[in-house]
Write a protein that binds this ligand. Structure first.
Ligand SMILES: [Zn+2]
Length: 467
């Protein structure tokens, strides 16, 4: 049994507190029990705490903690630092966690500390794991799972029960299942106000692409999505959008608007990346920060002029079969970006800017760069054209565009799917022979930089089939 789950890298803190029954806004805590579990094992710790007011009779009877016991105990402010260190970075696990977390968080704040742990409530966890049971109080858990009671209603005693409960469920359920459940509960958010929880329930934990829609019913109504994202685990990723803890203003406004979610499952990560790139470009969702367009996509091409001298020319994606050439250097979204990059290259390698077409200069004269010792003199015969060309080719090397080396289209196998690509273009993804034939017969899309970047990585990772 592996009761310390790897998916909680910082370890766990099973927490229970006792209070006077007073509100979180006052110093009501009378006892804190913490049971830390991580790869080093398990450690227990507890302390009494002196509250600001008297402990009511009925609470004294329930917990066994009376005024005399806490009379000499430290104030919360005196132990805040130590408690903080014991909880810091750990998953905060408590029964009815809102209570313990709320009291501690408020007490920390008064002591000048800001505690924001991820919180797992064992009431919610029990409810999810055992939906057939109505009651999930600690006494019900004790009875249901045969937990050993040592000190019921004392902080450490109750924290120990939660640790036992945790171990019992790990004996009973497969780890992957519990992980998914815990992740969901941790990230579990208040769902967007207009989103049907059924939609979330239907989301698979598989790779794929998801689309958030607002006002109307989704793509079938001709509506454009608010946002498109991809993940290797759709369900967790979608839930993470709504997790209150890491919500930026932007995420908040998105989750306020979401009314409908659609998704496309893919065979793996590459499929999800390709699908996302395609959909973002086609649908241009308002919340996707980068609306990447390729209209201006250009590259430097190294060619020889009529007298045989090497020269660089800027060519546009629309004018060239980018994927099949091996004389291209760098991809740039604008002419300005291309020029800036070349200028930087010239500076780093002491190349002559006028010869690269970056500046004009009178025939035979020395360029400005030469006067600054940034050019070795190719402009006025101080360096031979051949030597300059060789240095240029060497300098360009880092920018060289990946050459398409296959004679025709290839398939990349990812699970059950075959991504069909040709000349660094993604033609489509097939799951059977008929689809494959269809894809190979259909036309080829224009060159797309984002797809290219995904594919040059994909060919190194996925098995290749010649088609
Ligand atoms: Zn020069």
């Amino acid at each position: 049994m592996n009761a310390f789950p790897r998916y909680v890298p910082g370890g766990l803190a099973f927490v229970d507190i006792e209070t006077t029954g007073g509100p979180a806004q006052c110093e009501s805590i009378t006892e804190i029990g913490i049971l830390q579990v991580d790869e080093d094992g398990m450690r227990e710790w507890s302390t009494l705490v002196r509250p600001e007011s008297r402990i009511p009779e009925y609470i004294q009877r329930l917990t066994g903690i009376d005024d005399a016991m806490v009379a000499d105990a430290p104030r919360f402010a005196d132990i805040a630092g130590e408690v903080f260190d014991r909880l810091d970075g750990r998953l905060f696990v408590a029964h009815n966690a809102r209570f313990d977390h709320g009291h501690l968080r408020a007490a920390f704040r008064r002591a000048g500390l800001d505690m924001r742990p991820q919180v797992l409530c064992t009431v919610k966890l029990s409810r999810r794991l055992f939906p057939e049971h109505r009651h999930h109080g600690l006494d019900h858990l004790v009875e249901r799972h045969g937990l050993m009671v040592a000190d019921r209603h004392r902080a450490l005693g109750d924290a120990q029960l939660l640790w036992q409960f945790w171990q019992k469920i790990h004996e009973r359920f497969p780890p992957g299942y519990l992980e998914a459940m815990v992740r969901e509960l941790i990230g579990r958010p208040s769902l967007p106000p207009h989103l049907d929880p059924e939609q979330i329930a239907g989301l698979p934990e598989t790779p794929g692409v998801y689309l958030f829609y607002g006002e109307r019913g989704g793509e079938t109504d001709g509506e454009l999505p608010l946002y498109i994202g991809k993940s290797t685990r759709l369900r967790s990723r979608v839930l993470s959008h709504f997790a209150a803890d890491h919500q930026s203003d932007r995420e908040l406004s998105l989750s306020q608007q979401v009314r409908h979610i659609e998704w496309i499952e893919t065979a793996g990560e590459i499929g999800a990346l390709l699908e996302e790139a395609r959909l973002v470009k086609r649908l241009q969702p308002t919340h996707n920060r980068q609306l990447r367009r390729n209209r201006e996509l250009c590259t430097w091409r190294l060619a020889t002029d009529i007298v045989g001298d090497w020269r660089l020319e800027l060519v546009h994606a629309a004018d060239l079969d980018f994927g099949r050439r091996d004389d291209l250097y760098g991809f740039f979204r604008t002419r300005r970006e291309a020029t800036n990059r070349l200028r930087a290259l010239a500076r780093d390698h002491a190349l002559c800017p006028p010869l690269l077409g970056l500046e004009k200069k009178p025939q035979g004269a020395r360029c400005f760069g030469f006067q600054l010792k940034r050019c070795r003199g190719a402009c006025h015969g101080g360096e031979s054209p051949q030597a300059h060309a060789l240095r240029l080719i060497e300098a360009l090397h880092t920018l060289k565009v990946e050459h398409w080396t296959w004679p025709g289209p290839i398939g990349l196998r990812e699970g059950e799917a075959l991504h069909v690509i040709d000349g660094w273009r993604w033609l489509g993804t097939a799951t059977d022979e008929a689809m494959l034939a269809n894809i190979l017969e259909s036309g080829r899309p224009t060159f797309d930089l984002d797809i290219y970047k995904i594919l040059i990585k994909a060919v190194k990772r996925l098995p290749i089939l010649m088609l």
